[in-house]
Write a protein that binds this ligand. Structure first.
Ligand SMILES: Cc1c2[nH]c(c1CCC(=O)O)Cc1[nH]c(c(CCC(=O)O)c1C)Cc1[nH]c(c(CCC(=O)O)c1C)Cc1[nH]c(c(C)c1CCC(=O)O)C2
Length: 344
């Protein structure tokens, strides 16, 4: 029998001499081949909904670097669109959506059972990838966490402090909670379909978890993650789940145990030595090199990469960045990071 894939071994709790590695936003604008395929598709959203081209850009960083995992090429904002929100991207600025701030806005959203009509091309991308990926590469599916997705749906765009979402939570908590519940239900069905199509792991991105405090963190970050994880594991026993409550700080403590996720993804504000002692004791951790090293490179990149590998060497670890790689990154620095992790 073929030896199990490195990513799956880490997720099962195995300590490895050389940790597996992949990178958030590994298919992206820092790669000339990505920019060429996006131009061929027309724009970012057309690329997401074109299974052949979305599979192609997912495979590009695997061919170039031989990462241990491929992450499905799509976006966390396809769920709002599938629920009926308008979605478009403004070049150089980011996403724009129709806003949800009143009961009337919420009433216009469609039922969860309708999302697959929009999302079918995504499942097709997963199917192509599970046929075409090298046998040692793990396929990761993903979705945004309900809170993070809601912050975009409420504000209609990215916001520095998630102000509009916090305001709705204060002013109309029943509506805010109804929106989160709808996203949670949609996310379970969406991830479930990705798994049926061939995703071997799923990751839940809660990019704005850090702005939830106290009981709000528990109710709107931890609880939805636990609910999604439990539902997926019930439908697909053994499916590994990676959680990413970004910038959660001390609230990372106990998060994996309480939610039932198999791996905790760390942002780069987390000290690896602290994390090894306090978080890795509960299972696999992923992270957490600062993305800026992909721009600046050099000895700093090598030293930081080695320090992270060293800190996590006594437990299960998946090497990654602490957040997505940025468009101004140098592809050679990515190679330097990989060579350093793999013993170069
Ligand atoms: C918040 C969020 C989004 N999308 C995502 C998150 C959570 C992770 C995070 O915190 O970064 C997640 C995401 N977005 C994308 C992926 C694909 C897989 C991967 O390679 O990681 C994943 C996993 C592609 C993308 N999603 C986007 C791009 C760039 C689009 C382009 O090619 O023009 C890519 C490759 C666009 C996007 N999508 C989103 C924003 C705010 C933007 C604009 C900012 C930017 O331009 O980087 C929403």
């Amino acid at each position: 029998m073929a030896e199990q894939k490195k990513i799956l071994r880490a997720l099962a709790g195995e300590t490895q001499d050389v940790p597996p590695i992949w990178m958030m936003r590994q298919a992206g604008r820092y790669l000339p081949e990505y920019r060429a395929t996006r131009a061929q598709a027309g724009d970012f959203l057309k690329l997401c909904y074109n299974p052949e081209l979305a599979a192609e850009v997912t495979l590009q960083p695997i061919r170039r670097y031989g990462f241990d995992a491929a992450i499905l090429f799509a976006d966390i904002l396809l769920i709002p669109q599938a629920l009926g929100a308008d979605l478009w991207f403004v070049t150089g600025e980011g996403p724009r959506l129709s806003t949800i701030t009143t009961e009337a806005d919420f009433a216009k959203l469609g039922p969860v059972s309708d999302i697959h009509e929009t999302l079918n091309p995504i499942y097709e991308t997963v199917k192509i990838l599970s046929r075409e990926l090298p046998s040692e590469t793990t396929l990761i599916g993903f979705a945004g966490a309900p809170w993070t997705v809601a912050t975009y749906m409420i504000a209609g765009r990215g916001t520095p402090d998630q102000g509009p979402a916090h305001a709705l939570k204060q002013e109309n908590r029943p509506l805010f909670e109804a929106l989160l519940a709808r996203i949670t239900e949609a996310t379970i069905d969406y991830l479930s379909k990705q798994i049926e199509a061939g995703a071997e792991v799923v990751k839940i991105f809660d990019s704005w978890a850090g702005s939830l405090k106290g009981d709000d963190f528990r109710k709107y970050a931890l609880q939805p993650c636990r609910e999604i994880t439990a539902a997926l594991k019930q439908r697909h026993p053994g499916i590994p789940v990676i959680g990413f409550p970004r910038e959660a700080g001390e609230k990372y403590l106990g998060f994996a145990k309480e939610t039932g996720i198999d791996c905790l993804a760390l942002d780069n504000s987390v000290d690896p030595l602290w994390a090894a002692q306090n978080l890795q004791v509960d299972g696999c951790v992923q992270g957490n090199l600062a993305s800026r090293h992909m721009v600046t490179g050099g000895q700093d990149l090598v030293d930081e990469t080695r320090a992270i590998v060293q800190a996590f060497k006594n437990g299960p670890h998946i090497f990654n960045l602490g957040h997505g790689i940025t468009p101004d990154a140098d592809p050679d620095n990515v190679q330097l990071m990989i060579d350093t992790v793999r013993g170069g």
